[in-house]
Design a protein around this ligand. Sequence first.
Ligand SMILES: Nc1ncnc2c1ncn2[C@@H]1O[C@H](COP(=O)(O)OP(=O)(O)OP(=O)(O)O)[C@@H](O)[C@H]1O
Length: 274
Amino acid sequence: MSQPSKQPLVEFAAVDFGYDTRLILGNVSFRVMPGQVVAVMGASGGGKTTVLRLIGGQVRARAGSVRFDGQDVGAMSHAEIYAARRRMGMLFQMGALFTDQTVFDNVAFALREHTRLPESMIRDLVLMKLNAVGLRGARDLYPAQLSGGMARRVALARAIALDPALVMYDEPFAGLDPISLGISARLIRTLNDALGLTSIVVSHDVDETFAIADQVFILGNGTLIAEGPPAALRASADPLVHQFVRGEPDGPVGFHYPAPPLQADFLGGRGTSA
Ligand SMILES: Nc1ncnc2c1ncn2[C@@H]1O[C@H](COP(=O)(O)OP(=O)(O)OP(=O)(O)O)[C@@H](O)[C@H]1O
């Protein structure tokens, strides 16, 4: 019997990336092993979505390498990137469903677009995916007839329709009520394990994400400031990690954007040289 692969499914090695002259990520290295659920967290604007875009080949690293299943994404041709993306499911917060199509047709879309499977097989695959997210019975509904949590689950079924190796979630819990949020988080873990996926979740929800992740990467100040299993990060004495995990307003990451002293803007500017 062959041994399970020990090669990372995703690997960042000393990655630098910036838009224009501004560096967004500097010297970022991490690995995602097959079967893991990993979380990419950190302050807003810290480059979390950019990490997903680098993996999907929408943008390329300036230095270092981004590998997907051993292949350097930055060196792929368009055809290779297209083929690699077929092995990646993406679920974005605003990954709107097609409003004029039923739940069934939304999930069937990628199968019809990317495969030549007969409709009878597509039907079975779609219903299996819908069953996995608990919505087999909702197949004939239109998106307008779904709750926010249900719509998110349909989007999840759509993201896994092609049996991807990797599923990337960008803010999958945004806008959900606490119950739907908990259900969605557990579903990500359950599907990951039941279907043999690997999952990367970008999220701000510390509790829900820590509850399902094997490994957490925290981005801050343009680089990876911490990584480890959730329990280790919760126990971390590092002030940055501590502030992030507890959601505290005061700490190494300031609440205020740099500004002149208060008295310069109020009290008629008294006490300033301005
Ligand atoms: N196409 C673009 N051109 C120029 N700058 C961009 C572009 N896309 C993103 N940025 C900038 O890159 C930085 C990182 O953006 P990114 O979306 O990766 O952050 P994020 O950590 O996902 O943020 P959030 O949690 O707020 O979604 C931000 O400062 C953003 O303004």
